[in-house]
Design a protein around this ligand. Structure first.
Ligand code: GTP
Ligand code: MG
Length: 291
């Protein structure tokens, strides 16, 4: 049996969380088409024939402009230290740039074996892959290079085989039914934030956070869980955007979130959403600690 920690590392929006969900076979991390979706390291455990893989999904590595972002990048680097193996996830439909070289440098310094997962192959022509492979192969001695589409679950068996081959022999690290290190409350807050990311644009995705204020368990079987949550924004002008015309936006966010929450909790959910302004919360260590 093989077992170990595998950190998914890469630039924002490369598809790391989509990949982890696909490999774990469950929605563990939220995803969105906006960069900087994942804000902290998330464990997702995959039990596969021949072993157990403890994936660490990480925030995309970027230039941090706020304390929150510094924490995000730090948590990715920490995951790299904890890993037996790193999987560098790249978006092949994006041009290679300075950010990619920075990530390659981090991987070099970490000294862990690295697999290159070339993601989003569905979005490019086959012949565009060769020069990318050549460029990356020159930069780092990857133990394997695997073209995949995380979204379409294409090439994932091959990737799993390469991961298992590179992991040490060992007994499973977690019980077979253990999926993630996140609490149900934390996952619920994330699901609500995912809907905020889905429906809002401009700076809103970067400046919002979700806090669960109160959680009322159902009193009897068949009754509903009541969840009170607050969507934090950074300034007054952002509040009406999240609320929308006549409350349309927050209603849409709530309706969509409730569908996911009911799936997560396997029962009826009553969700009460509020919007609160907390200026500069992204640089407020106390708020960040709470989050
Ligand atoms: N076309 C295509 N899109 C993909 C694929 N994998 C992921 N995506 C999309 O890419 C976007 C980003 O995906 P995420 O999984 O959130 O990316 P991430 O690397 O976790 O991003 P951060 O958390 O911001 O670092 C989403 O819109 C996904 O649907 C793929 O194989 N093909
Ligand atoms: Mg992510």
């Amino acid at each position: 049996m093989k077992a170990g920690y595998v950190s998914l590392i890469g630039r924002p929006n490369a598809g790391k969380s989509t990949l982890m969900n696909a490999l774990v076979g469950d929605k563990v991390a939220i995803t969105s088409d906006k960069p900087q979706t994942t804000r902290k390291k998330i464990l997702g455990v995959a039990n596969v024939p021949g072993g157990q893989i403890a994936f660490l999904d990480t925030p995309g590595i970027h230039k941090p402009m706020h304390r929150m972002n510094q924490r995000m990048v730090d948590s990715a680097i920490e995951a790299l230290r904890e890993a037996d193996l790193a999987v560098l996830v790249i978006d092949v439909s994006e041009k290679t740039g300075a950010g990619d070289h920075y990530v390659l440098d981090l991987l070099k310094k970490a000294g862990r074996p690295v697999i290159l997962a070339m993601n989003k192959i569905d979005a490019v022509k086959k012949n565009e892959l060769l020069p990318i492979i050549a460029g990356y192969a020159k930069a780092l001695p990857f133990v394997a290079i695997v073209p995949i589409s995380a979204f379409h679950k294409d090439g994932l068996e091959g990737l799993t085989t390469e991961i298992l081959a590179a992991l040490p022999e060992g007994e499973p690290l977690f019980d077979e039914d253990y999926l993630t290190d996140q609490t149900v409350r934390a996952m619920s807050a994330e699901l609500i934030r995912e809907k905020v990311l889905r429906y809002t644009r401009d700076e809103l995705p970067f400046t919002t956070a979700v806090v669960i204020d109160q959680w009322e368990e159902p009193e009897a079987a068949g009754r509903m869980t009541t969840i009170y949550a607050t969507i934090l924004v950074e300034n007054e002008s952002q509040k009406p955007i999240v609320i929308g015309k006549g409350g349309a936006m927050i209603k849409q966010i709530g309706t969509d979130a409730r569908v996911d929450l009911q799936k997560l909790l396997d029962g009826k959910v009553h969700l009460e959403l509020h919007v609160k302004v907390k200026s500069d919360w992204r640089d407020d260590e106390r708020v960040l600690d709470q989050l």
